[in-house]
Design a protein around this ligand. Sequence first.
Ligand SMILES: C[S@@+](CC[C@H](N)C(=O)[O-])C[C@H]1O[C@@H](n2cnc3c(N)ncnc32)[C@H](O)[C@@H]1O
Length: 345
Amino acid sequence: MKVEGASIYPFSEQHIEETYLTPSYRIDLRNPVNVAPFINANVVSDWSQLTWKDVGKPYEVKKMAKSRLDWEAEHSEPMPVKESWKYFNQSFHEWFVKDVPTAIDESKKRFKEKLKRFQIKEVKSAIGDVVQISLWNYVHRIEDGIWDPRGKRALFEDLDLQKPRILFLGAAEGYEAMQLAAMYPGSEVVLVDYDEYCKTHRFAEFPSTYPFLGGNPATGGLKVWYKDQLNIEYVVEDIRNLSYGREFDVVMSVGLLEHVPDEHKPEIMDMHRRFLRPGGYVIMTTPRNQLKSRMYYRVMADVMNHTYRELMDIRQMGLYVYESGLDIVRHGYIKVHNGIVAKER
Ligand SMILES: C[S@@+](CC[C@H](N)C(=O)[O-])C[C@H]1O[C@@H](n2cnc3c(N)ncnc32)[C@H](O)[C@@H]1O
C-alpha cells in the first residue's frame, strides 16, 4: 500500500479498483460499476402529478451547536447567516484534517482519566467526545459517506458534456466539482463561496495527493487526476451577487438547498438556472432524511449545526427542483445524500 508516498501523485491507473485508508479519509479508486452506489430510485415517474400533500415537508434539524447558542446568548440576537457559515466551515474543516485513529486513542485516554477522578459532568463530556470521533471515523473515514466518490461518479456518469464549464454554488472545498472535472477532461471549474476561509483553508488544504478517478481524453479509458491538474478558479462572493451570463454547462450545489426555509428556496433554485446555458445540467445533492442521518446530526450537533438545516427525501427534493422549472433527468440516492440531475424545461 502506498498512501503517503514520496511522489506528489502517489496513485495512478495501476491502482484502479483499489481502496486504502489514510488516517483522515479513504482513498477509493473502485469504479462505480462493481456495486450500486447510486440507487436510481425511479420513485417518481411523472413529477407533474406529485403534490406537497403527497410528500409532506422536510424534517428540520433543531439541535444547534453550542458555539452558536453561546454567541446568541452573548449578542442577544440570532446569529447572522454568513457568520453561522463561518463557524460551520471552520468547525467542519478541523474534523476533515484530524488524524482519526490518534484522536480516538486520545479521547479514550481522556475518558479513562476522568473516570478515575469520578467527576460525573466531565465523564459525560468525555464519553460524548469518544462517541463523536468514533461516529466521524465510521461515517467519513470508513464508510466515506461524505465524499462518497463512487456514488458521486455514478451520479455524474454518462452526461452529454465536452470540456464543460462548471459553476459550483456554495462550493466549500469544491470536492464534487473536482470529481466531475476529472470525469470530463478539459473542464473549467468556478468554485463560489462567500466564506473566504473556504478558499484559504478548506480548498487550499484539500490534499493535493487525493486521487480523483476520471477520464483519459487520449485513450477514452480511465485516468487518475489530482486537484493541481484541474483548471479551477475560486471566487469569494455571495452567489446572489454573481453577474455571469448563461454560460455554464453545469451548475451544481451540494448541501445548499436544505439550508434555507421554503420562502427562500425559489431564490436558491433561481441561482441554479440563471447561469445555465440552454441544454445545460443542474446537479444537486441534499442530505437524506433517514434515521441514521437524524442520529448523526444529533451527535455531531456541535460540529455541524450552526445553520438552519433540513433533511429531505428524494420526492421532496425533486418537487422543489421540478417546481422551479427544471425537468428531472436522473434522481435517486447515494450514501447519505439524495442526488438529482436536471435540465431546464
Ligand atoms: C453546507 S456547505 C456545502 C456542503 C459542503 N460540501 C461541505 O462540505 O461543507 C454550504 C456552503 O455554502 C456557502 N454559502 C451559503 N450561502 C452562500 C451564499 N449566499 N453565497 C455564497 N456561498 C454561500 C457556505 O459558506 C458553505 O461553505
